[in-house]
Design a protein around this ligand. Structure first.
Ligand code: ATP
Ligand code: MG
Length: 398
């Protein structure tokens, strides 16, 4: 059976020093997990590269799966062969020929990288030997050499054990492998922003669990179903994620009935942060993540953001803080959450929305509002009613 070699390049791991092994091993583990459904695949770590040996019929499918693995800079599908000028030139000719027939003319070059320095030819000599053999056959058919503006690059990597020849590079997700930086808890609503902020932390090496505040009593099940679908898409980038669903209606009703109208949204948010803090600690998560961005809506002014974060000692990460909405939408489309996010489903923050929400909360007024209802008791009740969804199990049921 014909086989191919997957050449997987690291992204930021390449910059790491002594702890590099830890990141490499995590990435190999994640790649093995992502490709667990591929039969007879072998994954090896060799000299700064991860190599996969697969049947030709599975190679494209592997790329589809690897597109969901943070920490990869790029992937090539190549051929493992002996470092032999004639054999490599022959492969180059067959790859170039089909393109040349379609286009009539083509500029090309050979690029060699040697990690096996004991190999007798230098990279330049290798380029020349293979390139001139290809030219002998194809120069009369419209092929020319152009090192700087090549339409076709034949790449050769000469490693200590394997030489791999390829003509393609598929970009990866970049960043760090999930599991190399610990766990965080992301406040996931059904909107456009929070799925993007959740994803961003995954590409920083964190396993991200999510928490959703649900007001089914007033809004129906639509928001819940939507968040489950979003969490499920996001979990494809990591595996092992959990979604915590907290019933929020009693807290919202208490705030509506006892506190100043203008403070409602910020008071909701403070309760969300407090509850998230408790769940994060219980589940070994070391920071909270939100999709807030300065000035986007009334609740996200500098004063309101500060009035919300101060209820928790935990770090609050807001990876979208300096991004504009167009950039966020572009990312949401890229990760595959946008189409679900724009389905019309109100979020619980819009329940009992006052006409004039405050844009400059004062902490002392928020605290005096909070003295008017039993928030600690309501918080304990909400936490006791948490629904925990294991997203991997959900995936296998879908
Ligand atoms: P998004 O598109 O993420 O909903 P948004 O611009 O609509 O963001 P807000 O509704 O003000 O912003 O919410 C700000 C952040 O608060 C969200 O990004 C999310 O992290 C968190 N959040 C809001 N509502 C909920 C909810 N029901 N459950 C969990 N987190 C929430
Ligand atoms: Mg929202």
């Amino acid at each position: 059976m014909e086989t191919r070699t997957l050449l997987i390049r690291y992204d930021e791991i390449g910059l790491k020093g002594r702890n590099r092994k830890h990141f490499e091993n995590q990435l190999v583990k994640n790649i093995r997990y992502a490709l667990r459904g591929i039969q007879n695949i072998k994954i090896n770590k060799i000299h700064g590269r991860i190599l996969g040996f697969v049947n030709l019929a599975d190679a494209d499918k592997c790329i589809d799966y690897l597109n969901f693995v943070p920490g990869i800079a790029s992937i090539s599908i190549g051929h493992s062969m002996e470092p032999d000028f004639d054999k490599i030139a022959k492969l180059g000719i067959s790859l170039i020929q089909t393109k040349l027939q379609d286009l009539g003319q083509l500029k090309f070059c050979v690029r060699t990288r040697r990690s096996n320095k004991s190999f007798p030819s230098t990279s330049k000599e290798f380029n020349f030997e293979v390139g001139s053999r290809i030219m002998e056959t194809l120069s009369s058919k419209g092929l020319s050499v152009d090192i700087n503006r090549a339409d076709f690059v034949l790449e050769v990597e000469i490693g200590p054990q394997k030489t791999i020849v390829f003509d393609n590079r598929v970009p990866g997700l970049k960043g760090l492998p999930v599991g190399s930086s610990g766990q965080v808890l992301s406040l996931l609503s059904g909107g456009i922003d929070s799925p993007v902020s959740t994803f961003k932390l995954m590409t920083r090496g964190c396993r991200v669990h999510s928490i959703f505040f649900d007001n089914r009593t007033f809004l129906g099940r639509g928001g819940y179903d939507k968040v489950i679908r979003l969490a499920n898409i996001l979990n494809r980038y990591q595996g092992g994620g959990k979604l915590f669903v907290i019933p929020f209606q009693d807290i919202q009703v208490a705030i509506r009935d006892h506190c100043h109208d203008m403070n409602r949204v910020v008071l909701y948010r403070r309760m969300m942060y407090r509850i998230s803090n408790v769940l994060a600690e219980l589940n070994n998560c070391h920071a909270l993540v939100t999709g807030e961005s300065v000035g986007q809506v009334a609740s996200q002014t500098l004063k309101n953001l500060a009035a919300v974060s101060c209820v928790t000692q935990m770090s609050v990460f807001r990876p979208l803080i300096g991004m504009n909405k167009h950039e966020i939408i572009k990312d949401a489309k890229k990760i595959g959450t946008f189409d679900i996010s724009i389905e019309a489903q109100p979020d619980c923050c819009s329940v009992f929305m006052p006409d004039h929400p405050t844009t400059r909360s004062k902490i002392k007024y928020l605290e005096s509002d909070e003295r008017l209802f039993p928030w600690e008791e309501l918080m304990a009740q909400a936490l006791a009613s948490v629904e925990i969804i294991n997203l991997d199990e959900l995936n296998s049921r879908v």
